[in-house]
Ligand binder design. Structure first.
Ligand SMILES: [Zn+2]
Length: 141
C-alpha cells in the first residue's frame, strides 16, 4: 500500500504500523466483496397484504393476510423506489444486500481509522498560528 509522505517533513503523515495493518485487512475484505460484483443498495422487506375483496380471509377477524411477499426498496434522492421479488430473486439478492451493508461498514471503519490518525497528529500541539476563533487567545494579544 502506498504511503503518503511529504518530502519536506518526512516524519509527518506516515501511519502507525497497527493502523497500516488494520487498513490492509479492511482493504482486502473490501476488494474481495467488490470482486464478486454482487452488491446491491437498498433493502428487502417481507410484506403481507390485504386484497380488495371484502369477504376474503384477509379481512376476517383475526385476518389471514396474503403473502408473504418480498419487496426490494431503495431511496434515491429522498424518493423510495421498490420492486416485488419472486422467492428465488429474494434468495439470490439477499446476499447482495448483505454485501452492500458490509462494504459500508468497512468504509466506516476505514474512515474512523483515518479520523483517529488525524486527531492523533502531533502537529496539533505545535501550531503557533492557529486561528483566533479556536481559542480566543489571539484576540487579547
Ligand atoms: Zn384477500
Amino acid at each position: 500500500m502506498t504511503r503518503i509522505t511529504d518530502l519536506c517533513h518526512p516524519e509527518t503523515v506516515r501511519v502507525a504500523a497497527a493502523h497500516q495493518a488494520e487498513a490492509e485487512k479492511l482493504a482486502a475484505e473490501l476488494a474481495a466483496i467488490a470482486a464478486t460484483g454482487m452488491v446491491l443498495p437498498g433493502s428487502i422487506t417481507q410484506r403481507r397484504t390485504r386484497c380488495g375483496r371484502r369477504n376474503c380471509a384477509c379481512h376476517a377477524d383475526p385476518p389471514r393476510l396474503h403473502g408473504p411477499y418480498w419487496q426490494w426498496t431503495r431511496k434515491i434522492a429522498a424518493k423510495t423506489t421498490g420492486r416485488w421479488l419472486s422467492a428465488d430473486q429474494h434468495r439470490d439478492y439477499t446476499p447482495w444486500i448483505d454485501n452492500d451493508r458490509r462494504l459500508h461498514e468497512l468504509l466506516t471503519r476505514l474512515e474512523a481509522l483515518g479520523a483517529a490518525a488525524f486527531d492523533a497528529d502531533p502537529r496539533w500541539e505545535r501550531q503557533p498560528n492557529r486561528p483566533a476563533s479556536r481559542t480566543g487567545t489571539e484576540l487579547s494579544r
